[in-house]
Design a protein around this ligand. Structure first.
Ligand code: ADP
Ligand code: MG
Length: 242
């Protein structure tokens, strides 16, 4: 069953066309890896899914709800689609535990004790239970990103969106974040991941999309299309990331 459906979706910023009549149906449990040149619209595509950007044409349905369906539906969609950014975006004045407990308290209206229980479990899941009392500045980049993943999971999203989650990390810290993502995929989470990590794409991805000028240029099985790029632009692109 499809959980995300772009229907002739377009997005303009003024005169600039960033998404151009995109048709894309993502099924539950799929791990879609999104690649493409800088400026091709990858982040915008992700941001439209959880309503951080407003679409300007067509429709976009997330778990049966349209992003154009008004404030209430949009709130619901935001809750169902967790997002992880390149720059972690943790609240600097809150501890790891408080960062993760924030959503359950505000969105799920849990008590402080219940929210902290949820948060501890999630910090444990990402291997950071012992860092619960630390502030973001006291954590490595990889640890901060794992807290950010735990925070996104804390409101029980149905879909997780990752926008270059390891691009700001030193090589030795990337793997700990990728491992957490791999684990999530194993558990059946529906994921859309913008990344340059082609070995992750091959090992964990179930589908690979190459975007170009706001359109889907290639859509296929990761191993097949990475090993044998179906067009020269994708081939060029892969030579630059690998
Ligand atoms: P990618 O993530 O593939 O690098 P983006 O989706 O970030 O691409 O951006 C696609 C295009 O849209 C770029 O030309 C970018 O400059 C432009 N863009 C993105 N966000 C905005 C914005 N808020 N206002 C104006 N232009 C934007
Ligand atoms: Mg981007």
């Amino acid at each position: 069953m499809s959980i995300i459906e772009f229907r002739q979706t377009s997005k303009h910023f003024g005169p600039l066309k960033v998404l151009d009549h995109v048709d894309l149906s993502i099924d539950e449990g799929q791990v879609v890896v999104l690649i493409g040149p800088s400026g091709s619209g990858k982040s915008t595509l992700l941001r439209c899914i959880n309503g951080l950007e407003t679409i300007t044409g067509g429709d976009l349905i997330v778990d049966g709800l349209s992003v154009t369906g008004g404030k209430k539906q949009l709130r619901e969609i935001r809750r169902e689609a967790g997002m992880v950014f390149q720059q972690f975006n943790l609240f600097p004045q809150l501890t790891a535990l408080e960062n993760v407990a924030f959503g359950p308290r505000k969105v799920r209206k849990l008590s402080k004790e219940q929210a902290e229980e949820v948060a501890i479990d999630l910090l444990d899941k990402v291997g950071l239970a012992e860092k619960a009392g630390h502030y973001p500045a006291e954590l490595s980049g990889g640890q901060q990103q794992r807290v950010a993943i735990a925070r996104a999971l804390a409101v029980k999203p149905k879909v997780m969106l990752f926008d270059e989650p390891t691009s700001a990390l030193d090589p030795e810290l990337k793997q700990e974040v990728l491992n957490v993502m791999r684990q999530l995929a194993t558990e059946g989470m529906t994921m859309v991941v913008v990344t340059h990590e082609m070995s992750f794409a091959k090992q964990v991805g179930t589908r690979l999309i190459f975007m170009e000028h706001g359109k889907i240029a290639v859509d296929g099985h990761p191993r097949e299309v990475i090993d044998t790029p179906p067009n020269d632009r994708m081939k060029d692109f892969l030579q630059h990331v690998e």
